[in-house]
Design a binder for this molecule. Structure first.
Ligand code: AMP
Ligand code: ZN
Ligand code: FE
Ligand code: FE
Length: 292
């Protein structure tokens, strides 16, 4: 059983439509794949139809932008009801924050002589309701300013670079509670990737576990083998499941091929059981009708 629980499509900042991500997962030999676009469930329907067509399991998810102690923490939420009004309101606030941040970023870039318009970026983002830095990066590539997304981040878009601006994110523990109320389960994405390494420790995880967190994405390209050993120990101490995933973005991210990290079947089963439990408690069970 090959299970990959973190992928992106053109419903956020991936480069392939949801059905193509699923098709590629099937041809790669994966048995189960989750689509976890940033702050949006808009790719789910197409992905679910693709999974049915290509005969693999599909888990609906969202990678939600949150903040703990002022530092960004990505929260993977699975099998939640995205129409739960308090959750919907928070996601809308995050998406609006992405739009406002774009205005700031473009003004900062203009100040250093890099001319990009909002219309350029919105056209580049296409169907994605989540406007991200990768879309700005793609415009820079199209204009010949940089060779690829990585160069755009390193030169302009990473924290400390001239095009970086902060945006709204929900509080991590509050979002974990909302996800449970929406019938889903939460897993911290790439806990020691980039900024979140500073804030994810046993104390933070214990407070998140009290809020309802069920897992930690240990096997991720952002983590060294040593990180993974330590994170497994932390997960065991905090009573959390361990997941693994590619964080696939199509051509948008190198060395993140589908299935490059996977989740163990027993951990997946426990994740599904926890989601079924949250679904029953909340009366919002979206796991019915989803197959794997
Ligand atoms: P944003 O959602 O606008 O804050 O941008 C964050 C997204 O940019 C992440 O989900 C990553 O997928 C992507 N990203 C961050 N750094 C890089 C990089 N160096 N190259 C390509 N994509 C990146
Ligand atoms: Zn992304
Ligand atoms: Fe992430
Ligand atoms: Fe991601």
């Amino acid at each position: 059983m090959l299970i990959d629980l973190h992928t992106h499509s053109t419903a956020s900042d991936g480069t392939q439509p949801p059905a193509e991500v699923i098709e590629r997962a099937a041809t790669t030999g994966l048995d189960v794949v989750a689509l976890t676009d940033h702050d949006s469930a808009s790719g789910w329907q197409e992905a679910a139809a693709g999974a049915h067509q290509f005969g693999i399991g599909f888990v609906p998810g969202i990678e939600i932008s949150t903040k703990h102690g002022g530092t960004g923490v990505h929260l993977l939420a699975y099998l939640l009801d995205p129409s739960y009004p308090p959750l919907r309101a928070e996601l809308d606030k995050i998406l609006a924050g992405r739009g406002g941040r774009l205005t700031s970023m473009l003004a900062q870039l203009r100040a250093i002589g890099v001319e990009i318009t909002e219309a350029d970026v919105i056209a580049q983002a296409g169907r994605s309701p989540a406007i991200g830095r990768p879309h700005v990066a793609d415009v820079m590539v199209a204009k010949g300013l940089v060779a690829n997304r990585s160069e755009a981040f390193a030169t302009y878009l990473d924290p400390g670079r001239p095009g970086y601006a902060v945006r709204y994110a929900a509080h991590t523990a509050e979002m974990i509670r909302l996800v449970s109320e929406a019938g889903g389960v939460s897993v911290i994405a790439h806990p020691w990737g980039r900024g979140s390494r500073r804030v994810i420790d046993l104390a933070a995880l214990s407070s998140f576990t009290s809020a309802g967190l069920v897992g930690l994405e240990v096997d991720h390209q952002d983590h060294t083998p040593g990180d993974r050993v330590e994170l497994r120990r932390l997960a065991a101490e905090a009573g959390l499941l361990v997941t693994g995933a590619s964080d696939y973005h199509g051509d948008g991210k190198v060395a993140h091929e589908l299935g490059c990290n996977v989740t163990a079947p027993d951990q997946f089963e426990q994740l599904i059981e926890a989601a079924a439990c949250a679904g029953r408690l909340s009366g919002r069970d979206v796991s019915a009708g989803v197959s794997w």
